[in-house]
Design a protein around this ligand. Sequence first.
Ligand SMILES: Cc1cc2nc3c(=O)[nH]c(=O)nc-3n(C[C@H](O)[C@H](O)[C@H](O)COP(=O)(O)OP(=O)(O)OC[C@H]3O[C@@H](n4cnc5c(N)ncnc54)[C@H](O)[C@@H]3O)c2cc1C
Ligand code: FES
Length: 362
Amino acid sequence: MFKGAPLAQLGTSTSGSEARILELEIAEVTYETEDAISLGFVVAERRDEYLHYEPGQFLTLEIPYADSDSIARCYSFSSSPARGPLPTVTIKRIQDGVASHWLHENAVRGMRLKALKPSGMFGPENWDVDFVLAAAGSGITPMMSILETALFQHANRITLVYANQNRNSVIFADRLTELQSRFPDRLDIHHWYASDSGLPTAAGLASLDTRIPTEYEALLCGPPQYMNVAEEWLTRTGTTARRTHREVFSSFDSNPFRNNDSPLTHEPDSDSVTAEVEIDGISTEFAWNTGTKLLDRLLELGLDPPYVCREGTCGGCAYTLTAGTVTMLANETLDDHELHQGVRLACQSVPAAEPIRAVLDR
Ligand SMILES: Cc1cc2nc3c(=O)[nH]c(=O)nc-3n(C[C@H](O)[C@H](O)[C@H](O)COP(=O)(O)OP(=O)(O)OC[C@H]3O[C@@H](n4cnc5c(N)ncnc54)[C@H](O)[C@@H]3O)c2cc1C
Ligand code: FES
């Protein structure tokens, strides 16, 4: 169910939140456009071991901020494990953006950065069905990883609609052109330039001469308005996506690199339920107060659950509920199919009916 290959042994210590943290070293810096750089990473001190990740997942980097403090920012992998071993993320500089500016100004080969192990739930479920990908701006990053993996390891067909401000802001323009000429029968790319055609609309996307398969998975990444428009366009084609996945790019306040995120300990109250949670194969049974979020309770108990944003947007705390019922206070990332499969977000789950059993598997 969960993405992510065996990661626990990579460059980590084994206790507390440190077990989730890697030290990475920048091995390659590539200037993609005036506003986008790619950083390729190796695991510091363990160069013979590769960082395992799944197409569609992201890396969370710790970025220095205000001398002694830091902030955390997520960046989707733009590389494909099918094409080479150097995991790479691509960062678009945005106006007044703290981390994106810092990385553009400071990232050099040899620099070390702390990172959380790759996480996230975005990506196709079935590599045998065709894909329709809709990206805008830096939203192309997970799409590159997914489409290259599909082209080099699978046999399905892919339609990509990629919206940008203008031709100069297209990240990976040459790579996409090369892939299009190498896989003309399997890859169908359409660019949308706001400078020529205004902001994309459903009618505008429908006017592109796209090849929409009868059965496909749709993957969308860009501003929410763009993803809404892309979904409306697909609905208008009269086709039905087997699944539609969305990835929201946003910044958040939580800092998963700091231990002080742990909440205060609360005694079990009279309404608490019994829960059994397995993390990396080790089960713990505990009392869980009705108003407390699962992630907070696990941290309170001194356990080491995976998490990133604590806001219900990144999917980094996803787990499988195998018994009982929980209520999710927010969910910006899991789709209906995942919910139906029992996937839930630990940072947003409060208990509803016991006995509750859950499995967190990085
Ligand atoms: C799962 C995931 C994957 C992602 N993948 C990528 C990726 O592949 N590539 C990529 O480039 N980005 C990606 N992002 C986005 C990335 O994590 C950052 O959000 C992005 O780089 C901006 O961070 P920043 O620190 O530069 O900007 P921030 O400082 O967080 O600012 C963000 C924006 O908010 C505005 N802003 C900030 N503070 C205020 C304020 N007080 N009042 C009003 N406006 C304000 C800024 O002007 C700026 O426009 C991803 C995010 C997620 C969650
Ligand atoms: S930690 Fe990001 S969704 Fe829960």
